[in-house]
Structure formats: C-alpha cells, structure tokens
Design a protein around this ligand. Sequence first.
Ligand code: G3H
Ligand code: ZN
Length: 276
Amino acid sequence: MPLTRTADLMNTGAAVAAFNVITLEHAEAIATGAEAAGAPAILQISENAVRFHGGDLAPLAAATAAVARASSARLALHLDHVESTDLLHAASAHDFGSVMFDASKLPYGDNVKATAAAVRWGHERGIWVEAELGRIGGKAGDAHTPGVRTDPAEAAAYVADTGVDALAVAVGSTHAMTERTATLDHALITALREAAGVPLVLHGSSGVPEAELRRAVAAGMTKINVGTALNTAYTTAVRTYLDTHPTTVDPRRYLVPAREAMAETVAAFLRAVSPG
Ligand code: G3H
Ligand code: ZN
C-alpha cells in the first residue's frame, strides 16, 4: 500500500514502534513483522546507517521505500539521529515524512537554535520533525548514561522555542543495550507529556522490558524506537546457523533465519506497544 506519514501515526492516541533499518533484510523483516502483528510501524534509517553505506542516502532510502510500498501493513519512513545539515536536506528528495534532528550534544542554547532552523526547514516541506532534549547515551562512541533525565520545565520551553512536533526524552533508557534491564521513570513520563504538549519518543527501547514498555505507553510515551534488539536477533541467528553449518558459503542460507528472527522480534515489540 502507499506509504503512510509518521504524523498520521503519531496523532491517533495510540503508540507506534519505529525500527532501525541497516540492511535490506532489516526492512523486509520490519514489513513482515508489522503484517504479522496487524499493526502500523515506522522504518527508520539513521545517519550512522547512511554512513555505513558510504554516505549516500539514496540507495537505502529507495530500497526501504520499495519494501514498505510492497507491504500490506501501514508503514512510514523516518530519518533518524540526523546531525548533519546536508543529510537533513537530502531527506526531502526521498520518501521521508519525518526526521529526527539530533542536536542533543550541543549546549541548550545551541541545541535550540539548530533545532529551530531544522524545524523551519522541515515544516516548509511538510516534514514532521522530532528532536532530543536531555542526552540519551549509548550511541556509537558515547557513554551509557542511564541516570540522565529531561527536566519537564526545560522540555516545555524547548518545545515552545523550537516548534518541534515530537520530543525524545531521557527517562531511564539508554542506547545499544543487549539485555532488557532498564527501568523507566513513569511519573516523569507523565509529567513530561503534560509539560511538553507534543508526543514523546523513547529511544533505546531494546533495553526496556516488555512490562516497562507497556507502562511507558500508558504513562504517555508515543513513539518507541527499537534498533539493537533486531541486531541481536539477526546476529544470534547467523551465529547459530554457521556454528552448525561450517561449510556454508551462500549468505542466503543464514540470512533467511536472520530475517525471520528479526521479523519475530518486530512483531513482539509491536504487540507490546500497539493496541490489539
Ligand atoms: O533511535 C533509535 C533507537 O533509539 C534505538 O535504540 O538500538 O538501543 O534499541 P536501541
Ligand atoms: Zn535513538
């Protein structure tokens, strides 16, 4: 079916999960998982993934969009953790209905200035813009920072000063966790939802247990970002296959179980965060 827009998935009152695409198999697995769960989903490509593919957004964006259009699930395309203005501007040449502009490394005032400019650029083109306040650690080369929290009063000022459509907040999760051991501050989620007045985004959701995710959604979290859990499923399946088939050379042999494992992971997250 035609691509849907992130904005249309974010303003229904229900939560939606967003999954990182690194390879074509990731995109295929997200589409299959969404179909199996009967839920909409967001396919997101991060600046890191674009860099991995040589810096040109076009090939991965085109492949991901084609996979999404061929699916019977409602799927949207999002460009994630964009720090480069050049990459931000490249989004409009492709099928992205939304972008996360990530100036969270900058001091507050510089973050506001850079993000407000990104929002103006996005809104002139009908692109929905997410941004981050309160640095969620664990991205490549970053320290894990599970203790960092976003302040509700600062969140309200940040939304007013930047005009962002959604806000990524630090409430206890951290990127790249391979165990689901994070505990979230649910009272803070509720306070941030009221103060910010825009949908909230949970980054680093791979490390959050399912019951915590359900509670986070009930407290007011709208977009649930998942990346590492797919990579754990993928790599575990490949490792298991190769351990028992040491002479295999055709990658399709181990990419089939890897893709299936990712699709099952996608469906499980969607069942946890999307209404049945
Ligand atoms: O923006 C992407 C997400 O925050 C993914 O985080 O890889 O820890 O699940 P994760
Ligand atoms: Zn993230």
